[in-house]
Design a binder for this molecule. Structure first.
Ligand SMILES: Nc1ncnc2c1ncn2[C@@H]1O[C@H](COP(=O)(O)OP(=O)(O)OP(=O)(O)O)[C@@H](O)[C@H]1O
Ligand SMILES: [Mg+2]
Length: 291
């Protein structure tokens, strides 16, 4: 990506991004409205950049046209599915839209149904699938052309914890030899699966690195301190509080702060949740806090 920018009127949804990706799993982490979907839609040539461009091996993806789409798979955030189609028919239908020859499609649909674990549900109507199953069917359709670049927009939305684990394993399996970019606002979804994490805020990539690098950047920023209940409200106004735990002698707070927040605060090792809160979190501000 070279100076990639997307404006909606005067509003910059994506702001001058310069990012390079190779094979591996990339996690795009950001709160609602950060610009994740806009960025992904540009990567999928569904939106044209206002400024800058995206290249694939040096070639502008818009100029590559069909050649680029051949190597691209996309799971949109609100992917439209066909409620009356069975899973199998849905995949055959998408395969035909993608111009995959029927004989190839037959083999591919079977393989993918097995890969995403939908064998038992292959004849179920799409409308009767659970949220997790629908997402898996969505991933299967994105994989039909065996893409080199797989873009998954919020693939874990609405999944239960078991489904999330299944999903993580599936992504690791699919990631071999391709570039997978997935967006989420749930830290644990990408903590173990992404080789590299992009933190996106207000259209910009604020930080990029491995989970370990992100955590290392939080040195001397996470503190634990046990305080009296009466002090909590004041602290919440002034600090980002990652956690609160009631103890016999007060309340143990996990505080995100560049400086040591209290004389008795002890520095602790950060986790990715802390990173998220540090970059994206808000202080409770003037809201009334009662426990
Ligand atoms: N077609 C559009 N016209 C005008 N503004 C838009 C359009 N699409 C997106 N935006 C704005 O651009 C910003 C980024 O939106 P985008 O959907 O890319 O965010 P996101 O990070 O995907 O958020 P979410 O986590 O909610 O999916 C938002 O402020 C949104 O309102
Ligand atoms: Mg989005």
């Amino acid at each position: 990506m070279i100076d990639l920018t997307k404006k909606f009127d005067d509003f910059k949804a994506v702001d001058s991004l310069n990012v390079t990706m190779t094979t591996g799993v990339y996690g795009l982490l950001g709160v609602n409205g950060a610009g994740k979907t806009t960025l992904m839609r540009m990567i999928c040539t569904l939106l044209n950049p206002t400024e800058g461009k995206i290249t694939c091996n040096g070639e502008d993806i818009i100029a590559m046209d069909g050649e680029y789409r051949k190597i691209l798979g996309y799971l949109p955030q609100d992917f439209g599915f066909y409620p009356e189609f069975s899973v199998k028919d849905y995949l055959f239908y998408i395969a035909s839209i993608k111009g995959i020859r029927p004989i190839v499609a037959k083999k591919r649909v079977k393989e993918l149904i097995a890969k995403v674990g939908l064998q038992k549900a292959e004849n179920k109507k799409m409308k009767n699938l659970s949220g997790g199953m629908k997402r898996r069917a969505g991933i299967a359709q994105a994989m039909l052309n065996n893409p080199k670049i797989l873009i998954l927009d919020e693939p874990t939305a609405g999944l239960d914890p078991n489904e999330r684990i299944r999903f993580r394993n599936l992504i690791s399996e699919l990631a071999e030899d391709r570039l997978v970019l997935l967006s989420t606002h749930i830290v644990s979804d990408i903590e173990y699966v992404a080789n590299k994490i992009f933190l996106m805020k207000d259209g910009k990539i604020m930080y990029q690195g491995t989970a370990e690098e992100l955590i290392a950047s939080m040195e001397e920023k996470v503190w634990v301190s046990t305080v009296d209940k009466t002090d909590i409200s004041h602290l919440m106004k002034n600090y980002k509080i990652a956690n609160m735990k009631s103890e016999m002698c007060g309340v143990e707070l996990r505080i995100i702060s560049k400086e040591c927040p209290l004389p008795n605060a002890q520095e602790v090792e950060a986790n990715l949740e802390d990173v998220f809160l540090y970059y994206f979190g808000e202080k409770a501000g003037n809201e009334d806090v009662t426990i």
